[in-house]
Design a protein. Structure first.
Length: 275
C-alpha cells in the first residue's frame, strides 16, 4: 500500500514538473541577459548574480506593451460580461423549460462550438467589413462572445440542473415574481458556477489571437497576444524580451485564477450531483 502511495506521489510530482517547467523557463529566460541565453548547453539553474530586469524595461520602452495590455483587458472584460448575461439566460431556459425545441438548440450550440475558428474567420471578416467594424474592438467582443457562449451555456446549465425546482416554487409561494426568484435565489446559489464560467470566458478572450490578428490593423489596436507575436523577428528573435512580454501576458490570468480558485473548484463540482 505504501509503495502504491509513493508511486502516485512520484507520478503527481513528475506531471507537476512537466506542467510548471515551461513557466519556470519563461521566467528564467526573461531575467537573463541576451548573451547568457546563447550558452550551449543552456543552464537549467542560471547564475543569480547575472539576473536582471533589463528585458522588461526594454520592451516597455520600445513597444506599446501597456497599450496592448489595456486593449486585451478592455476586450476581455466586455466579452466576459456579455457572455455571462447571454449564457445565463440561455442556460436557465434550456435547464428549466424542457422541450424538443430547447434540446435542438442545446445540441446546436455544441455542434457550433466544434467548428474551428479558421472556418468562421472569413464570414466574420466579411460581415464586420460591411458593418464598418474592422479595426474596432466591438468586432473582437462580438467574435469572442460568439465563440464562448456555446460552452458557457452548457456549463451554466449544469449548475441550474443541480438546483431543485422546489426552491423556486417556494420563492414564488412566498411572493416573489419569477424574475425576483431568479435574481435573489437562483443566481446566488449558482455563484460558483458563474465564477467558473467567467474565468473560462475571460481566459479565452484574453488569449484569443486569430480574430485579433485578422480584424485589428495597426500596432495601437493590437491585443497582448498579437503584440507579443510581433516580437518574433524574421531573422532574429530576442528571447529574453519575448519571454518578458509573455510574462506580462500570463501574470493577469494567473492572478485571476488564484483569486477565484475556490469558486472554480466548487464550481467544477457543483453541477456534478443530481438533486
Amino acid at each position: 500500500m505504501k509503495k502504491k502511495k509513493v508511486g502516485i506521489y512520484l507520478l503527481v510530482i513528475f506531471i507537476a514538473v512537466i506542467v510548471v517547467f515551461p513557466f519556470y523557463w519563461m521566467l528564467v529566460t526573461s531575467l537573463q541577459e541576451r548573451g547568457s541565453l546563447l550558452i550551449s548547453p543552456p543552464k537549467l539553474f542560471p547564475d543569480l548574480k547575472r539576473i536582471n530586469l533589463s528585458a522588461y524595461f526594454t520592451i516597455i520602452r520600445k513597444y506599446p506593451v501597456m497599450r496592448w495590455f489595456f486593449n486585451s483587458l478592455y476586450v476581455s472584460i466586455f466579452s466576459t460580461i456579455s457572455t455571462l448575461i447571454i449564457s445565463t439566460m440561455a442556460g436557465y431556459s434550456i435547464s428549466r423549460y424542457r422541450s424538443k425545441f430547447n434540446t435542438i438548440i442545446g445540441i446546436s450550440l455544441l455542434i457550433i462550438r466544434m467548428l474551428p475558428g479558421t472556418l468562421l474567420i472569413v464570414p466574420f471578416y466579411i460581415i464586420f467589413q460591411h458593418l464598418g467594424l474592422i479595426n474596432n474592438f466591438l468586432s473582437l467582443i462580438i467574435g469572442n462572445v460568439a465563440f464562448t457562449i456555446p460552452f458557457a451555456t452548457w456549463m451554466i446549465k449544469g449548475f441550474f440542473d443541480a438546483i431543485p425546482v422546489s426552491i423556486e416554487d417556494a420563492a414564488l409561494i412566498d411572493g416573489c415574481t419569477p424574475l425576483q426568484a431568479i435574481w435573489k435565489i437562483i443566481l446566488p446559489l449558482t455563484a460558483p458556477g458563474l465564477a467558473a464560467t467567467a474565468i473560462y470566458a475571460i481566459i479565452l478572450s484574453w488569449c484569443e489571437f486569430l480574430m485579433a490578428k485578422t480584424f485589428m490593423i495597426g500596432s495601437d489596436s493590437w491585443t497582448i497576444s498579437v503584440g507579443i507575436s510581433s516580437l518574433i523577428g524574421e531573422h532574429v528573435i530576442i528571447w529574453n524580451e519575448l519571454m518578458a512580454g509573455a510574462v506580462f501576458s500570463i501574470v493577469p490570468v494567473m492572478v485571476l485564477f488564484l483569486m477565484f480558485e475556490k469558486y472554480l473548484v466548487s464550481g467544477m463540482t457543483a453541477g456534478a450531483v443530481k438533486q
